[in-house]
Design a protein around this ligand. Structure first.
Ligand SMILES: Cc1cc2nc3c(=O)[nH]c(=O)nc-3n(C[C@H](O)[C@H](O)[C@H](O)COP(=O)(O)O)c2cc1C
Length: 215
C-alpha cells in the first residue's frame, strides 16, 4: 500500500489533536501492515507558494492551448506542484490531516489543492469530463474542530470541499475520523470525543489493512 500523507498543522503533536489522530491511525496501520510505503508532506515544512501569474500561466494556459510552451520562469514557478503531483501519482491511498479553521481547511491545504488538483497534473480535462492521471481510490480525512458538526451540517465547508474537490478527480471513497467538540469553553466532553475519534482512526486503519490483505 502506497500512502501519501499531507498534513496542514503548524503545532507540534503534543498540542495538536489532529496530529494525534494521525499518529493513532498510522500507529495501528503500521502494526497491522508492515508493507506500507509512506510519503509524508508537512505543509508547514514544505510550504506551497501561493499562485503567482507565472504559476497560473504554466498550469492553465496549456489546458486551453495544447501548443502553449511555458517559459523557464513559468516552469520554475510550477516546480513545487510538479514534485507534489509526482508523489500523488505514486499513491493509492491519500491521508489528509488538518484542523478546522473558519469552518474550512487551513489556507496552506487549500494552496496545495489549488496546485496539485490541476489539469495536466493529476487529471486531464476531456470532453467526457475529468480523467484521473492517478491511482488513488481511498482518501482518509483526519480532522479536529472546536465545534460539533452533524453530518451535512451546512457550516462544515471543510468536508464538503474535500468531498467535492477529490470527488471531481475520481476519488469517491472518503473516510473520516473527526475529533469534534475540542473547545473546552463550549463543551465539557472534549476528552471523550477525542478518544472516540482516536478509536475511529484506528478502525479506519484496521479496515484498510484488512482490505489490503484481501487484495
Ligand atoms: C484560526 C482558527 C480558526 C478556527 N476556526 C474554527 C471553526 O471555524 N470551527 C471550529 O469548530 N473550530 C475552529 N477552531 C478550533 C480548532 O478547530 C480546534 O482547536 C482544533 O482542535 C484544532 O485542531 P488541532 O488541535 O489539531 O490543532 C479554530 C482554531 C483556530 C486557531
Amino acid at each position: 500500500m502506497n500512502i501519501l500523507h499531507v498534513c496542514a498543522n503548524p503545532k507540534n503533536i503534543e498540542e495538536s489533536v489532529s496530529k494525534q489522530l494521525a499518529a493513532r491511525f498510522f500507529g495501528k496501520l503500521m502494526e497491522l501492515n508492515p508493507d506500507v510505503e509512506l510519503v509524508n508532506v508537512d505543509l508547514y515544512q514544505d510550504k506551497p507558494p501561493y499562485y503567482s501569474n507565472d504559476l497560473y500561466r504554466r498550469m492553465w494556459n496549456p489546458v486551453f492551448d495544447p501548443t502553449y510552451e511555458p517559459s523557464k520562469a513559468e516552469e520554475a514557478a510550477a516546480n513545487y506542484a510538479i514534485k507534489q503531483a509526482e508523489d500523488f501519482k505514486k499513491a493509492d491511498v491519500l491521508v489528509l490531516t488538518m484542523p478546522m479553521w473558519n469552518f474550512s481547511a487551513p489556507a496552506v491545504m487549500k494552496a496545495w489543492m489549488d496546485q496539485v488538483l490541476a489539469p495536466g497534473m493529476v487529471f486531464d480535462l476531456t470532453e467526457d469530463g475529468p480523467k484521473p492521471l492517478h491511482n488513488i481510490t481511498t482518501l482518509v480525512l483526519l480532522v479536529a474542530s472546536g465545534g460539533i458538526y452533524k453530518e451535512d451540517d451546512e457550516r462544515d465547508a471543510l468536508s464538503r470541499q474535500v468531498k467535492a474537490a477529490f470527488g471531481f478527480i475520481g476519488i469517491g471513497d472518503i473516510r473520516i475520523a473527526w475529533a469534534d467538540g475540542q473547545n473546552s469553553m463550549l463543551f465539557s466532553d472534549g476528552a471523550v470525543r477525542r478518544d472516540m475519534a482516536f478509536e475511529a482512526a484506528e478502525e479506519l486503519a484496521e479496515d484498510l489493512a484488512e482490505e489490503a490483505a484481501e487484495g
